[in-house]
Design a protein around this ligand. Sequence first.
Ligand code: NCD
Length: 307
Amino acid sequence: MAGLKGKDILHGNQFSRKDIEGIMKVASAFEKEGKGALNVLKGKILATLFFEPSTRTRLSFEAAMQRLGGGVISLGSLESSSVAKGESLTDTAQTVAQYADVIVLRHPRQGSAKEAADAVSVPVINAGDGAGQHPTQALLDMYTIRKELGSLKNLKVCLAGDLKYGRTVHALAEVLSLFGARLYFVSPSMLRMPEEITAGLRSRGIEVTETEDLLQAASLSDLIYMTRIQKERFSDQGEYERVKGSYVINNRFLSQLKKEITLMHPLPRVDEIHPEVDGYAGSAYFRQMRNGVFIRMALLAMIFGKR
Ligand code: NCD
């Protein structure tokens, strides 16, 4: 992908290593400039269209746009919009495209961001399409990893939790693989990484180990990227009950590791990271969410050709 100007952001696999390095460079410059509102996107409007709950992703996109001097409109609650009258996603997207210059979409259906992007002429950013992808999260994760560990090259990374339905790990595995990572996929057998992702990584020469043993995989890794079991994606709540609480990182777990490890999580957490480890030096999940603003500022500035 040569430059982001006018482009949609839909999938972790759309980026090259050079793209990612370029985006991080812009994010880093914004981070150094501090929080003051700039005039980079003055007169531009971003619309957030969220058909699923969100705290960090929506607010950090809105904050990023406002820090760049742009404006934000938001669909608000679905009950108060025409979605409640049965309007289709593409009709809603086409409507919003008349009012905004970029659309940030979160929707429960996999493939929905591509559908919306095909229907409108303004850029669409996928902020999570069901159990599909979450590419901007993957970019902020990479930015965080580089800050925490000093490099992105040849890392040993443990992705753990709900690898089946977790869109953040789907996108992150794709971008990590560009830097030659050694990957450990840790999940209950029912929640393994989709076969097409694992097969794709292996065909590109990435070594992947799938296991249910978090302690063993973590003892071989530089980083644990923990995820929430995605309760809302289970059609059978009995199945959810059987796998919930599969992995819990607490002080006892960390003491068994015998070495410092970096801990990340896209948040929200349920019980997979105990609050008692929040003060541990390697716990990076709160720093991680702060990084989201700088990455999203970079993406927006670049989509409008301003960086
Ligand atoms: C994630 C998501 O929505 O996919 N949250 C986020 O964007 N930071 C993870 C999750 O919901 O578990």
